[in-house]
Design a protein around this ligand. Structure first.
Ligand SMILES: [Zn+2]
Length: 297
């Protein structure tokens, strides 16, 4: 069944907010673009989903950049959510292979490591609004982001992130939810929500049987007075373009330009999204000639 990626934000009179994101197609695209191993895919899928969930200020088209550096063998994980509904990301060592944990699960914590920190930058299309970091707790991403929200932004939250990889390495499930207690939320309501969250069980198992996340937010918010605020499709998108690549080529030193012109073509791969740009010798020569002409005018 073909499911669309999307995000929803709900709020309640009891000052509890819930965001849920389903990101299977995004994580599958990242897997193919970067040639990710299962454990790399799980780590990046969770991180990209986390970035989307943290970008809660959709009225200002908020974006969130996460940089998770736990000094583990996976290296650094980078994810950028833009405009509250687009995301891109990469890991330093996309092909990392690790043995499964004793319970048969991918060992994301070991891949990421725990000897480091998560750095969070919040921004809008106009400006960077906030940047802060906190130490990693488990390297499993969800707990690390919850700890970050508590220590850096004083927000009590529960975060659940999951990626389920099939035997053929394709992505069966990717997504997560973020439940935040806003100032004024009372302990009885929060206890009720916690109990509700337990009913969801394992996130990936739930989504396996409810591929569009049917009933998840309703279960979490059961007993509260809630309403939907925002619903948007989610997309894997990068900000790279041929024009940006050309600008990089134009900014090189003259000797580097000459060296590139020795080759029949130049291939450049965007680190963030894995997109390949191929520029032929003739196109490159024409690009440099245009620039020289413009400068000599
Ligand atoms: Zn790109």
């Amino acid at each position: 069944m073909k499911c669309k990626d999307y995000i929803v934000h709900y709020t309640s009179e009891e000052n509890v907010r819930v965001a849920m994101a389903l990101t299977k197609n995004i994580t599958e695209t990242a897997r193919r673009q970067h040639g990710l191993s299962p454990v790399a895919c799980a780590a990046l899928g969770r991180t990209m989903t986390g970035a989307l969930l943290l970008a809660g200020d959709y009225k200002n088209r908020e974006g969130v950049t996460l940089r998770i550096d736990g000094k583990g063998p996976l290296g650094v994980i980078h994810a950028d959510a833009f405009n509250s509904n687009r995301v891109r990301g990469y890991v330093d060592n996309p092909q990392l292979d690790l043995p499964l944990k004793a319970n048969g699960k991918l060992d994301v914590g070991k891949a990421v490591g725990t000897d480091g920190e998560v750095a969070v930058t919040r921004f809008t299309p106009e400006k960077t609004t906030y940047t802060s970091q906190s130490p990693l707790v488990s390297g499993e991403i969800a707990e690390d982001l919850a700890y970050y929200l508590y220590t850096s932004e004083q927000i009590r939250s529960t975060i659940n992130l999951g990626v389920l990889v099939e035997r053929d390495y394709s992505i069966a499930v990717s997504g997560g939810f973020l439940v935040q207690a806003l100032p004024g939320a009372n302990n009885d309501d929060l206890a009720k929500v916690e109990e509700n969250i337990r009913k969801i069980g394992i996130f990936t198992s739930y989504v396996r049987s409810h591929p569009n996340g049917e009933g998840m937010v309703e279960t979490i918010m059961d007993g509260l007075h809630y309403k939907e605020l925002f619903r948007q499709p989610l997309y894997w998108r990068c900000t790279c373009s041929l024009e940006r690549i050309e600008n990089v080529l134009l900014s090189l030193r003259n000797e580097d330009k000459k060296e590139l012109l020795q080759d029949p073509q130049v291939e450049m791969t965007c680190r963030y999204c894995g997109a390949k740009y191929v520029i032929s010798h003739d196109e490159l020569a024409a690009l440099y000639a245009r620039k020289n002409k413009a400068e000599n005018k």
